[in-house]
Write a protein that binds this ligand. Structure first.
Ligand SMILES: [Zn+2]
Length: 402
């Protein structure tokens, strides 16, 4: 069964407790397989770790150590953590063994102290061949092995590979991916959370997605792969061989490591704004004001509401209220549908159909957005890439079977 890993924000603590306690609602059936929180959220909301422990759900504390590569605002909650540093570090800054050892020790001790049931080794964002970060990442993984052995820590470990989209191309594997895999081998066959940045962008996102899936396949030979920050491409990754994908509830759906760290240069704003709402047929979330306007369109309405009566008994208004449980339920249900398809060709066929349907609805939304200012244009790149890759893989799988 493919895993849905949900990133819980501080605002979701009570919701996730309800979801985990519920025994009869759709939320109980479609409970996430793992929960992850940002490290600074773990510090301010210890109750989320308690919820996960009570529910027997695996709990991860994401150390977000790629923030070390950018300047962080002095008032930023992440920058105040014991293993953080508000200044922008270069590979040279992190080159000494003492600094790496301290980072690993502080980072893993923090996760243990905040209730993690699986530890995440410190990780960096590697954007280009020869940028110096591959070696740092390899050594952080080696220090992680030493820390675990030295302190007799017997907890499961996960490594995050934070890679720019260019490095997914197989010509880059010998310089980047293969050395990282050798370093991860020191930790045993561990889950690799593949944080592949900006795949759903550029002139040819379908080529980037094909490279991402090839990378998933290459890593999967040695380690199970979890698609990290992949709310828009996670389903394609799962059919392509990942054991699951990770996403926030309505937000944090796309992997863009550089923008994520850059966002912390500014002072904390206090509020994140209205949370976007997950629309099943679009395979991602859209801004609530857009949805409110679109639901007044009688032609579009049936394609935007949740068709699952137990999930959203209140119909259209359910999505305009608190749609967070709906988001988890709907994403988990689609993963189960993909799992249930018997052959890989059928899984790709299902994803081809889902993405084709999404593209049709998106085209209608974008026609409305040209005349209605309140409706935000829908970015179709991820859906189009999914459709192109799913259709090509379905043909290839059918030919192989024949
Ligand atoms: Zn629903």
């Amino acid at each position: 069964m493919a895993e849905l890993v949900i990133r819980v924000s501080g605002q979701d603590a009570a919701l996730i407790d309800r979801v985990c306690r519920s025994r009869r609602s759709p939320a109980a059936t479609w409970r996430p397989n793992r929960l992850v929180v940002d490290a600074h959220v773990a510090a301010t909301h210890p109750e989320i770790a308690d919820t996960a422990r009570r529910a027997g759900v695996s709990f991860l504390v994401d150390p977000l150590t790629h923030y070390l590569q950018d300047v962080q605002h002095a008032a930023d909650p992440w920058a105040a953590l014991a293993f953080a540093d508000p200044s922008a570090n270069t590979p040279a800054d992190l080159a000494s063994a003492q600094r790496q050892e301290r980072l690993v020790a502080d980072c893993l001790s923090f996760q243990i102290a905040h209730g993690a049931s699986t530890l995440i080794a410190p990780y960096v964002h590697i954007d280009r061949i020869g940028d110096g970060w591959v070696d740092i990442q390899r050594r952080l993984l080696a220090h992680t092995r030493r820390f675990l052995d030295h302190n007799n820590v017997r907890m499961p470990v996960m490594a995050v590979f934070g890679l720019g989209w260019r490095l997914l191309d197989r010509v880059a594997w010998p310089a980047v991916l293969n050395p990282l895999l050798e370093a991860a081998d020191l930790l045993g066959p561990i889950p690799i959370a593949l944080a592949a940045a900006k795949v759903d962008q550029g002139a040819h996102p379908e080529r980037r997605l094909a490279d991402l899936l090839a990378t998933v396949g290459h890593i999967s030979v040695r380690h199970p792969v979890l698609a990290w920050n992949q709310g828009t491409l996670g389903e394609a990754c799962v059919v392509g061989g990942a054991f699951g994908y990770e996403v926030g509830i309505g937000w944090r759906e796309r992997c863009d490591l550089r923008s994520a760290s850059a966002a912390h240069r500014r002072p904390p704003s206090g509020g994140a704004g209205a949370r976007p709402v997950y629309v099943d047929n679009l395979r991602r979330s859209i801004p609530k004001p857009s949805l409110r306007m679109l639901l007044t369109d009688r032609v579009l309405l049936p394609d935007l509401v949740c068709p699952d009566l137990p999930c959203c008994p209140a119909g259209p208004s359910a999505l305009l209220g608190d749609a967070r449980a709906h988001t988890i339920t709907t994403r988990a249900r689609t993963l189960a549908e993909l799992d249930a398809a018997e052959t890989t060709a059928w899984k790709w066929q299902l994803l081809t159909q889902l993405s084709a349907q999404g593209l049709q609805i998106a085209a209608r939304i974008n026609a409305v957005s040209r005349v209605q200012k309140a409706v935000t244009r829908f970015d179709t790149a991820a859906l189009a890439a999914t459709h192109a890759v799913a259709a090509a893989n379905r043909r290839a799988a059918a030919e192989r079977a024949a």
